[in-house]
Design a protein around this ligand. Structure first.
Ligand code: SF4
Length: 390
């Protein structure tokens, strides 16, 4: 695509983006309160060291210097001016951080078990699915795939619509999200065939009206019987030293480019793996203290979710992250601070949700950000007083 044409299309996209339900990508940046939000979908849930350094430089040159890790294991830059989008895309293309084909990039919604090994089933299946993305039908933008073919699944709680896992007996299995059981298959190519067929069935059976597989209650077709029991899940990667490197947590899912650059500066580091759990696996790294990164699994920030809030998101009427920092570790259980009822930072229930509404805060206990408030119309200082933080 030529850049003048690309910029014209960007203007059209920016206008369209005001319609809700739109899923941003690098080729489809989304306007936000602080400029464009540009999302990078790492191939194979991995960036090599040079790509990490290129992303850090891009964040500092064209964005606000902060890199966010989403709950779909994507990396996003914020605060990009409209005029900087084209040179940013040049930098991302040169670093192989985006696909040259915007259509395929849009379809590449894949989560991978982040501790995959070269040549294992997760590695091979992800590669096979990537090569066959063009065979997929047009799916609702938030739909995606989880390639989770280790001995035990680790992504079962994470957002995906079609999953490859293993049966209790060790066979590969394809499972439609929302169904407790799946269909056992004899080989990797059969698993990919079945996922593509299920995606077509989803569209053909009216699934687009439901939006996601979990909400599509149409009985599965006879050729995809949900009769095989998946193996029991395993824990997500704990913070600290791992066989493959060092696992760090990201406060509220974000890291300064400078901190990320520092963590890959060691000669033994070969790259990073991204996870949907606000954790990064630094391949070949030794765990150490790095300002801005969490290395302790007991850090209270790990139990806290907060979206960017005001002034970074146009839908927010309140700030979130300062308040989340003050409340972190001071409320019992999981805390979610959300700039509005959309609840982008956490879809599941939390023990305490602090939600912005009309410039004030409301509290939802043991519910989601869009739940019925238990307490409403609080100022920030009233929220702090409510939880005994002064
Ligand atoms: S929850 Fe609301 S305020 Fe927060 S990022 Fe999402 S849309 Fe913006």
């Amino acid at each position: 695509m030529k850049w003048p044409q690309a910029m014209q299309e960007l203007s059209a996209m920016v206008a369209r983006a005001l319609v809700k339900g739109w899923c941003p990508g690098a080729w489809r940046p989304m306007p936000s309160g602080d400029g464009l939000l540009v999302r990078v979908r790492p191939n194979h849930a991995a960036l090599d060291r040079e790509q990490v350094l290129a992303l850090c430089e891009a964040a500092e040159t064209y964005g606000n210097g902060i890199i966010q890790l989403t709950n779909r294991a994507n990396l996003q830059l914020r605060g990009v001016a409209d005029n900087d989008w084209a040179p940013l895309m040049d930098a991302l293309l040169e670093a192989r951080l985006v696909d040259t084909d915007p259509a395929l990039e849009g379809r590449r919604n894949m989560l991978l078990a982040p501790d995959w090994q070269a040549g294992d089933d997760t590695d091979q299946l992800a590669q096979q699915l990537r090569e066959r993305l063009a065979e997929l039908p047009e799916l609702p933008p938030k739909m995606g795939f989880a390639i989770d073919a280790g001995n035990a699944p680790v992504l079962a709680e994470d957002s995906a619509d079609f999953r490859v896992e293993r049966t209790t007996g060790g066979q590969l299995l394809v499972r439609a999200d929302g169904r407790a059981m799946g269909t056992a298959v004899g080989s990797g190519p059969q698993a990919i065939d079945l996922m593509i067929d299920l995606a077509h069935w989803f569209v053909g059976s009216g699934g687009a009206n439901s939006g996601r597989m979990r909400q599509h209650r149409e009985p599965l077709p006879d050729w995809a019987p949900a009769t095989a029991v998946p193996a029991a899940g395993r824990s997500i990667l704990p913070l600290g030293q791992h066989l493959m490197g060092a696992v760090y947590g990201l406060t509220f899912g974000q890291v300064d480019a400078a901190a990320l650059r520092a963590v890959v500066a060691t000669a033994t580091v070969t790259g990073i793996r991204v996870t949907p759990w606000r954790r990064l696996l630094v391949e070949g790294g030794k765990i150490r203290r790095v300002p801005g990164l969490l290395a302790d699994s007991n850090a209270p920030q790990l139990d806290t979710d907060a979206c960017p809030g005001a002034p970074y998101c146009e839908q927010a009427s309140v700030a979130t992250r300062d308040l989340a920092g003050k409340l972190s570790g001071r409320v019992a259980g999981r805390l979610h601070v959300s700039g509005c009822t959309k609840g982008c930072a956490r879809r599941q229930a939390a023990d305490v949700c602090v939600v912005g509404e009309g410039g004030r805060y409301q509290l939802v206990f043991r519910g989601r950000a869009d739940g019925t408030p238990d307490v409403a119309d609080l100022t920030e200082s009233q929220v702090l007083t409510y939880f005994g933080v002064n």
